[in-house]
Structure formats: C-alpha cells, structure tokens
Design a protein around this ligand. Structure first.
Ligand SMILES: [Zn+2]
Length: 447
C-alpha cells in the first residue's frame, strides 16, 4: 500500500477538531506499515503537507492539510486516502486511511518492527470480533441452543467467504407462520460496534429464552434472522495485521480502476444513482459501484430477502440494519427529502414515524428520516421497503471516544445496554408495526 519513497503508517488516531465547517486533522503516528528499505531511505525528506477537510469530497480536492501534528509529523496523501469526512456525515469523522510518513522523521519509528503486528485485532482491541470469531460464536450458539438457533448464510462474499447468520426461533428447524425480523450489521466494514450489537442481540435472545418471560415470548412468536457481518471481506481488511484500516466498502476490484471496493449501502436497486446520494468515483468511500447489484454481498442480501417470500407473501415484517455512528433511529426514504412520496403509503409513513419515535425514546437516540441526515440513494432500507414492504429501520449506534469507529469495550457495552429495550420492542412490533400509531390503524391494517 505504501508508495515508493514513503513508509505507510500502521495506525493513526487522535483525530479531528471542528473549526467552523472545517475539520482539522491531528494525527498521532503509531506504527509503520513496513520497514524501510535502502531504496526508500534514499528518498529525499518529504515536506510536511498540510490539509483541511472541509466541504465536499476531499478525496480529490487537493486541498492542503493544515495543522497536521504528531511525532513524527506525518503527511496525508490526498490522492490515495480512502476515508473522508463529509459535512453532516454520521459515519463521520473518520481518520484518514492512507498516511505517509516522511522517512527521515523518526529513526525510532523506523526501527519499529513490522513483524510485531499480530493478525486480526490490534493489540488491546481483542474484544472486536474477527470473521472467524463471528463464525465461531454462531457455531457455539447453535451447539448450546440447538432448539432455537440454526445457522444460515446470506450468500458468499467477493473473496469467497460465506456470510454467516443465525436464525433464532422456537422450533427453529421449522418454517412456522410467525412474523419475521431481519437484523443485519457491518454492511459497512469499519462500523464495528454494529457487528458487536448483533452478537449482543444473539446472546440476549438465546440466554433469555426460558428464563426471561418477555424474551421467551419473542423467541416463541417470531422468526429472527441475524447477520452480524454482512461485509466480511471489508471487515477482515478493516482489522488485519493488527491494525485498524478504517475500511468501509467491500473488497471488490473496480474495472478500469486501480481502486478497490464498493459501498454496499449505495448499491441497492431502488433509485440507484438517482439523486446524488453516493459517489461515482471508485476512490470514494461512498462509491456506488458501476451498476446496481454489482457487489455479490448486496446480491446475497437481496436474494435472501426475496427467499423469504413464501406463498407470495414476504415473511419479513421488520428489518433493522445496524450502522455506526451517530445515535439515530432512521427510516426510509433516503433518496428523497419528501416524507411520504407516492412510493410510500401514508399509513406506512405514520407507522415508521410512530415506531421510530418509540424506539428512539428507549435508546435515547434521535428519530429521523434517513434523508434528514443526507440523501442516500441505492439504500438498503429504501429497497427493502419499496420492493418488499418491509418496515426497514436503521440504527446509527453511539460513537466511540476518542476513536469514533473503534469504541472501547466499556463504551460498546454501555450502548448495548441502552439498546436492549429498543431491540426487544422492535422484535415485538413485528406482528403489527401499525400498532405503534394506535389501535384504529392496527385494526385497519393488521386484522
Ligand atoms: Zn454504515
């Protein structure tokens, strides 16, 4: 990943101050990506570059970085970095992904051996789940609770990884006539708290079944499909060789480009590329792909949802996509600012708003239509609602501090505890989401 003449940085953090509409990066270089070679050491000392991250897509703006600090001073290669902050970006304040260190900046850092990096989680962050650990947790859960837990796969990722999920229900081997809920996480690879929340929900349900009457009722009366890591290739890359890479997209090569990766949540086939809610640049973290459904991961997502049409009826009543971060409860649409355009039934909109507000009251988040945040087109929830009539919500979980995408274990656990009642309510609501509006609408729509 590093260019000749430079050594890539393993990890950088302590990042971003707000300065009006400009965010100023502060970077503390932690580790080097690879050891210096005679060739790289022979390069002249690069100048310290400066950049400001302001309005728009800074990936190609060439705007100078300012106030870049650290020991040693690092510079950011604006042509190559993968993660940008955009105004009002809830994913937010990502730290720059491609960092370049002047070689002569610090002999001490150059002596840091690259071989010290371990595979998987960075040191001190072992609580984050790797792909293998997600799979192992699913297998362990099935072994411990075979009557209510059963593995499935959404499909296969670009690099060939099965996208594992867990069905939870009583009589789990039987396709019963029960309302279904689909919970999906880590569509965005670096939103690691989302995967942890999905695993928390699995534990909550299987551990509570038989001991907590509310959870027992939910498991007995719903069929719940949980996919903790919908983008396993990206997730593995995001946390590999013992470093965080802040990687959002999948890992699919882009034809005609040297860039890799598509934003899976700009890939869905409803209103794809309609409204400027993604990027056409393969370098962008929000690259929508050359066409809808181009990424195997989004096709797998779609095909699984479509596979739940039984007897002409979509069985999934509610979907929850877990993202991070921003403390928000979101509902469709993302592609338009209109509350309920002709593509949304008025009664459905009322149910989205009423249920969204109830959920937000429980987890302390802010209830909003997705487009209140910013326009998103090719969005998973927009497609799931429009194509399948699914009440598709998204939670933007709490940010970490100081690393927004990589919260501490205590921060993750606090957010999980805050979300417990909201998650249970959402599962309960699957029998009639309209009931959140009131008995009259429930009688009209669900009887
Ligand atoms: Zn996301």
């Amino acid at each position: 990943m590093s260019r000749s003449g430079f050594v890539g940085v393993r990890r950088a953090d302590r990042w971003v101050e707000e300065d009006g509409d400009t965010s100023v990066g502060r970077i503390l270089v932690r580790r080097l990506e690879r050891e210096a070679t005679p060739e790289t050491l022979a390069q002249p000392a690069p100048q310290i570059m400066q950049c400001a991250i302001g309005q728009g897509d800074v990936g190609h703006s060439g705007r100078a970085l300012r106030h870049l600090r650290g020991r040693p001073e690092a510079r950011v290669d604006m042509d190559r970095h993968e993660a940008v902050r955009e105004p009002r970006d809830p994913y937010g304040v990502v730290f720059l992904h491609r960092l370049i260190v002047p070689l002569v900046a610090s002999l001490a850092l150059l002596l840091t051996p690259a071989s010290a990096a371990a595979a998987g989680e960075p040191s001190g962050y072992e609580y984050f789940h790797t792909y293998a650990e997600v799979k192992a947790q699913i297998e362990d859960t099935v072994a411990a609770h075979p009557g209510i837990a059963r593995p499935f796969t959404l499909g296969t990722s670009y690099e060939g990884r099965p996208i594992w999920g867990l069905k939870i229900s009583d009589n789990v081997a039987t396709d019963e006539s029960e309302p279904e809920v689909f919970v999906v996480a880590q569509v965005h690879a670096n939103e690691r708290a989302s995967g942890e929340m999905a695993l928390y929900l699995i534990d909550l349900l299987v551990d509570g079944y038989g001991s907590d009457s509310r959870i027992t009722d939910i498991v007995s009366s719903r069929e719940i499909w949980i996919v903790p890591m919908a983008n396993p290739d990206g997730a593995e890359y995001d946390m590999s060789d013992g470093v965080f890479r802040n990687w959002r997209k999948n890992r699919q090569p882009i034809p005609g480009s040297s860039y890799v990766g598509i934003d899976l949540n700009r890939q869905f086939g409803f209103k794809w590329n309609c409204c400027g809610g993604g990027s056409n640049k393969p370098s962008s973290p929000k690259y929508r792909g050359p066409e809808p459904w181009y990424a195997p991961e989004t096709r797998a997502y779609r095909d699984f949802i479509l596979s739940r049409i039984v007897g002409g009826q979509q069985q999934i009543e509610i979907a929850l996509s877990l993202h991070a971060q921003g403390r928000m409860v979101l509902w469709p649409y993302g592609y338009t600012k209109k509350d309920h355009p002709r593509t949304m039934r008025y009664d459905d909109w009322r149910a989205f708003v009423a249920l969204g507000k109830k959920l937000a009251a429980l987890n302390g988040y802010r209830p909003r239509q997705t487009s209140d945040l910013y326009i998103v087109d090719g969005d998973e929830g927009d497609w799931a609602y429009h194509s399948q009539g699914i009440f598709a919500f998204a939670f933007e979980l709490a940010p970490g501090n100081p690393q927004r995408m990589y919260p501490t274990l205590a921060q993750i656990q606090a957010d999980q505890a805050r979300n417990r009642p909201a998650l249970l309510l959402l599962l309960e609501a699957a029998d009639c989401p309209y009931a959140a509006v009131g008995a009259a609408l429930a009688a009209k729509r669900c009887s």
